[in-house]
Structure formats: structure tokens, C-alpha cells
Write a protein that binds this ligand. Structure first.
Ligand code: C2E
Ligand code: MG
Ligand code: MG
Ligand code: MG
Length: 289
């Protein structure tokens, strides 16, 4: 039964309207898998302060380990989930997993901020704000430990309701990041009107910035704009040392990328944190040994 279109994963398989996707979303992680749909799990990628090398947080990224298809690309998974009511459940699942993980880290003395991604339609009702508030309270995790990454697509669809949801979360103390900045209908209105704490420079600009003067100009402008507005600028897709140094020269606050670490399971992250030694671009990696 391998191969075939990924959309089949959302098609009914059990005669009752259930699909492989809904089976896997409904099941808590780590249990035996009677449905054969595999396992949904969160990977975590460190975000590092460029000037000091300290870890400032992690981004939670969805992974579906499918028994026949292997790792399903999260963008594909989200696209399929968005076609049905499963998306709402998937987002709740992500919120629950990430907050529970923050509580486990907290109990182990690991103080981290985690960012999670939400999909466009997740913000059209206040439900997600209720869920987040309830989970944080239940686990005793301070709202400041959580950040939501939203894309501009969410704002285009229903600006008033999205703004209401975001404002509630902001008042609760949850940070809000504008993700993939520069790829959508980037509007300066968004930067001005939303209660943002962070702007993420899309990796499509960061990946080529040491080779391409236009990409470098775009990254520089976005970083300067963010900082001028009092927002943290975070670059994603930092794959090498030259990019890291260039971002430091530009004044970008933080970065994530394969140069530092790939996304990894929660258990590996604790070991990575123990091994990680902050390296400052000014001293140079060789001088810091
Ligand atoms: P995103 O939120 O912009 O996440 C950053 C993506 O960049 C991740 O891809 C990450 O693995 C990748 N990345 C990080 N460092 C590097 C690097 O140095 N080089 C390269 N080439 N890539 C790097 P990933 O994990 O495949 O996720 C893709 C997208 O799927 C995310 O983009 C986000 O839009 C969506 N997504 C992931 N998890 C979730 C989730 O839980 N909920 C929702 N709604 N969307 C999610
Ligand atoms: Mg993101
Ligand atoms: Mg992004
Ligand atoms: Mg993206």
C-alpha cells in the first residue's frame, strides 16, 4: 500500500470517515500503534543569540513518522490537514505536546522558550487562545515561555478576528512572531498594528545572502526595520559560518539553522544543550576554543 498521493492519507479508511491522518492525530504520542498510521511527534530546533552564542529558545516543528512513507514533509502534512477538520485537532495536539514538554524541561531545571507554528485558520476563532491558556495553567508554565509563529496569510484572510485572537494571547503574555517575513503580502501595516515581539526573516533570503547582493539587501532591510520598531529580528536557514558572521555584522539578534543544529527530538535536545558551548563571532570560533 505504499506510494500514491499524499492526499490519500486524509481519505477515509475505516468506513466511519476516519483517515490515517485523523487516527494518528487522535492518538497520544509514544503508544503502540494499532492503526498502523505511525506517529506524530515534535522536533525542536535551537535558536541562538548571534552576539553571545547563548541559546534563547527553540522552535517546535511537526514530524509524522509514517510506517510506509517515512518522514512526511510538514508542509505537505499541513496542506492535507487544512482540507478538513483535522487541522484544528492537529494544532491542539501541537499546543498540548509543546506545553507538556515545556513543563518537563522546567521540572528538569531547563529554562527554555518554545515557539510553535499555527496555521492560517487556527486564528479565526478564539479557541486556540483558550486552549493555550488552559494548558499553560494546567502545567504551571509561565506564558512568557511560549511564542506563537504566525504568517501573514492568516492576516489577509480575516484581519479583525485574527487580531482579536493575537491580542488576547499577547495580553496573556505569550510572544508573537511574524514568520517567513518577506515571502507573503508583507505589509508594513502588520508590523505597526500587531502586538509583535519578533520578526523572522525567511530562509529563502538568508540561504543565499552571502552570494547574492539582492538577498543580502533584503535581509539587511528587514533586520533594520524590525530593530527600529523595537522587535527582535531572527534569521532562519543559517547553514554556514559566513552567513552567521554577516548576520552579526548586520545586527540581527538571533538565528536558527543547520550551522547551529538541525531540528531534533526533545530527548536529544537536552544532550545537545549540555554539549553546546556559546561561540561569539567577534572572538572567532578558533579563538574561543
Ligand atoms: P517554518 O515555520 O518557517 O520553519 C522553518 C523551517 O526551516 C523548518 O522546516 C526547518 O526545519 C527549516 N530549517 C531550519 N534551519 C534550516 C537550515 O539551515 N537550512 C534549511 N534549508 N532549512 C532549515 P520544516 O521543519 O520542514 O517545516 C516547514 C514548515 O512547515 C514550517 O516553516 C511551518 O510553516 C510548517 N510547520 C512545521 N511544523 C508546524 C506545526 O506544528 N504547525 C503548523 N501549522 N505548521 C508547521
Ligand atoms: Mg516557524
Ligand atoms: Mg519561517
Ligand atoms: Mg515556512
Amino acid at each position: 500500500a505504499s506510494g500514491g498521493n499524499i492526499d490519500q492519507l486524509a481519505e477515509p479508511t475505516d468506513g466511519a470517515g476516519g483517515s490515517e491522518l485523523s487516527a494518528v492525530v487522535g492518538r497520544a504520542g509514544g503508544l503502540a500503534d494499532p492503526s498502523g498510521a505511525g506517529e506524530i511527534t515534535m522536533y525542536y530546533q535551537p535558536q541562538v543569540a548571534i552576539a553571545t552564542g547563548e541559546v534563547v529558545g527553540v522552535e517546535a516543528l511537526l514530524r509524522w513518522r509514517h510506517p510506509r512513507r517515512g518522514m512526511v514533509d510538514p508542509e505537505e502534512l499541513i496542506r492535507v490537514a487544512e482540507q478538513s477538520a483535522v487541522m484544528r485537532l492537529l494544532t491542539f495536539r501541537v499546543v498540548d505536546d509543546v506545553v507538556a514538554q515545556l513543563a518537563r524541561w522546567q521540572a528538569a531545571g531547563v529554562v527554555l522558550r518554545a515557539a510553535l507554528n499555527v496555521s492560517v485558520r487556527d486564528l479565526h476563532t478564539g479557541e486556540i487562545a483558550d486552549r493555550i491558556a488552559e494548558r499553560l495553567a494546567r502545567h504551571g508554565v509561565p506564558p512568557q515561555r511560549l511564542q506563537l509563529e504566525i504568517t501573514e496569510g492568516a492576516l489577509m484572510a480575516d484581519p479583525r478576528r485574527v487580531l482579536a485572537t493575537i491580542t488576547r494571547l499577547h495580553r496573556l503574555g505569550v510572544g508573537i512572531a511574524l514568520d517567513d517575513f518577506g515571502t507573503g503580502f508583507s505589509s508594513l501595516q502588520h508590523l505597526r498594528r500587531l502586538p509583535l515581539s519578533e520578526v523572522k526573516v525567511d530562509r529563502s533570503f538568508v540561504l543565499g545572502m552571502t552570494e547574492d547582493a539582492d538577498d543580502a539587501a533584503i535581509v539587511t532591510s528587514v533586520v533594520e526595520l524590525a530593530r527600529a520598531l523595537g522587535l527582535r529580528a531572527v534569521a532562519e536557514g543559517v547553514e554556514d559560518e559566513r552567513t552567521w558572521r554577516m548576520l552579526h555584522a548586520i545586527g540581527c539578534d538571533a538565528a536558527q539553522g543547520w550551522f547551529y543544529a538541525r531540528p531534533m527530538p526533545a530527548e536529544e535536545l537536552v544532550a545537545w544543550l549540555a554539549r553546546h558551548r556559546p561561540v561569539r563571532p567577534t572572538a572567532g570560533p578558533e579563538a574561543a576554543v
